[in-house]
Design a protein around this ligand. Structure first.
Ligand code: TRP
Length: 332
């Protein structure tokens, strides 16, 4: 790899992504791959910390990979791979486990939230989720980790584990830094615009999936919640619905918020919502076409998976070999 800084991020193979994921994170990944050596990982090992149906998980892994490719992640520029195909992740997780504290993992807010869903029998894997994530990041001597702010605590743990390990055994890991979607937008629900847009929203009108039918998309925007005024003006505090739509329109069209306010001055919300819906549908349509084409080409997807897992493994192994030596494993 060329001498550029290293960017690493992971995404769960959930199958559907929203325009919030796209405008907030993945669009940024596509840009990052020109300036960094980037690795993007479909984290199926993280997925099984919650109950999964095997066939669904496998299908969604293909779908997620196809969607990332369709969005513009270029497997010539980035290493786009599936976590479980690179066994170094599991092995480093074990070694890091032996240096992680029960106390620090117990404080993870995501664990506390998700543990409630597992009732009495909370899985060890769920508890260990952040250590696996630390292994992902540390294996590649990552400089920057672009993530949503909900992952701040996990990246912090990765840093702590890196520093602790380096102090105990000598320098092996680069200490990574989180970057929080600087140019990424924060897209809110279309129905409750003070809440983040989420694909697990029970109200299907609240979010736009990247796989929604274009007609459906326009319809959802028509139903988007606004306010009782008529002015298209950016004011997150007092006009969260309209501001969110403006932000989405800005992402989809490239226009500035000022230009958007100008464009719709005196026009009312109906027209505005229609334009936003059409702009989003137009952005997504080519992605959907490419996605369908790729999904039908399983051979190609599998070739990408194989080649990139190999490329990832080569880098990961360099780190793991050092770690194994430091902790006293025999190598012959
Ligand atoms: N936990 C992250 C999320 O849910 C996904 C993830 C797994 C990740 N491994 C990672 C993100 C490594 C960044 C780096 O969003």
């Amino acid at each position: 790899m060329e001498d550029k800084k290293i960017v690493y991020s992971g995404i769960q193979p959930s199958g559907t992504f929203t325009i919030g994921n796209y405008f907030g994170a993945m669009k940024n990944w596509v840009k990052l791959q020109d300036d960094y050596n980037s690795l993007f990982c479909v984290v199926d090992m993280h997925a099984i910390t919650m109950p999964q149906v095997a066939a669904d998980l496998r299908r969604r892994t293909y779908e997620s990979l196809a969607l990332l490719l369709a969005l513009g992640i270029d497997p010539q520029k980035s290493i786009l791979y599936v976590q479980s195909m690179v066994p170094e992740h599991a092995e480093l997780t074990w070694i890091l486990n032996c240096n992680a504290y029960m106390g620090e993992l117990s404080r993870m807010t995501q664990f506390k939230d998700k543990a409630q869903k597992q009732g009495e029998n909370i899985r060890v894997g769920l508890f260990d989720y952040p250590v696996l994530m630390a292994a992902d990041i540390l294996l590649y001597q990552t400089d920057y980790v672009p993530v949503g702010s909900d992952q701040r605590q996990h990246v912090e743990l990765a840093r702590d584990l890196a520093v602790r390990f380096n102090q105990a055994y000598g320098d092996v890991f680069k200490v990574p830094e989180a970057i929080f979607g600087e140019s990424g937008a924060r897209i809110m629900s279309l129905q409750e615009p003070t809440k983040k847009m989420s694909k697990s929203d029970e109200n299907l009108n609240g979010f736009i999936s990247l796989l929604d039918d274009p007609k459906q998309i326009v319809k959802k925007f028509k139903r988007a919640v606004t306010d009782s005024e008529t002015e298209v003006r950016y004011d997150r505090e007092n006009k969260p619905g309209v501001s969110n739509l403006m932000e989405i329109y800005a992402c989809a069209s490239g226009a500035s918020l000022e230009a958007i306010a100008e464009e719709f001055s005196g026009k009312g919300y109906g027209d505005f919502k229609l334009k936003v819906g059409e702009a989003v549908a137009d952005t997504i349509r080519p992605v959907q076409e490419e996605y369908k084409r790729l999904l039908a080409d399983k051979g190609y997807l599998e070739q990408v998976m194989r080649n990139n897992a190999e490329a990832a493994s080569r880098i990961a192994w360099r780190t793991l070999a050092k770690v194994r030596k430091k902790v006293g494993f025999v190598t012959v």
